[in-house]
Write a protein that binds this ligand. Structure first.
Ligand SMILES: [Zn+2]
Length: 184
């Protein structure tokens, strides 16, 4: 049976310059989070297939259900600027308010080795949002900073192994993207 759980753990300094840039943007976006209720600040940065970068943070409302999640905000920016474009990579940085960290600081705890030790990058709602713009590609990378400073890299297919997406409704985002480009 094929395994669907693939997680890579690396230190920030071992990441490519592109990943480091996205993590820095996500960490910067996190500082803009408006989260007076959970006091849990989240930032996200997404790269589209054309290499453009989008960021978002969580914005809570007192009704709770109207809260915007960071990944959702970043992906909505992507959709606004490049309708139907594929997301190539998305990273997430989350920590309670008052927790300050440097992405390139030494690890603050033992290295994590098992999936059951990992802090999830995204909630189910956001996994669905990410999948919407993956064009059916389960290998799209999703990465987040673990509380000890390690970076976890996995794929949307590992986090959401049996996804429901536009394809299930007969919708082809790639065709829609090309159609939209012709109109421009
Ligand atoms: Zn979420």
């Amino acid at each position: 049976m094929e395994s669907v759980s693939r997680f890579t753990l690396v230190e920030f300094s071992a990441l490519s310059a592109r990943y480091q840039l996205l993590f820095n943007l996500a960490a910067q976006a996190r500082l803009g989070a408006q989260a007076p209720y959970s006091r849990y600040l989240v930032g996200s940065a997404a790269e589209s297939e054309t290499g453009r970068l989008y960021t978002g943070c969580n914005v809570e409302r007192c009704t709770y259900t109207q809260t915007t999640h960071a990944e959702q905000a970043a992906l909505d920016e992507l959709a606004k600027n490049e309708p139907y474009a594929k997301v190539k990579l998305i990273v997430i940085v989350a920590a309670p308010a008052g927790v300050f960290f440097r992405l390139d600081a030494p690890l603050t705890g033992p290295a994590l080795t098992r999936p059951d030790q990992l802090a999830a990058p995204s909630c189910g709602h956001c996994l669905q949002d990410i999948w919407e713009n993956c064009h059916g590609d389960r290998s799209v990378p999703v990465a987040n900073r673990q509380p000890n400073g390690q970076i976890m890299i996995t794929t949307i297919g590992s986090l959401l192994p049996v996804p429901f997406g536009p394809q299930d409704l007969g919708i082809d985002f790639e065709a829609l993207r090309q159609e939209r480009q012709k109109e421009e």
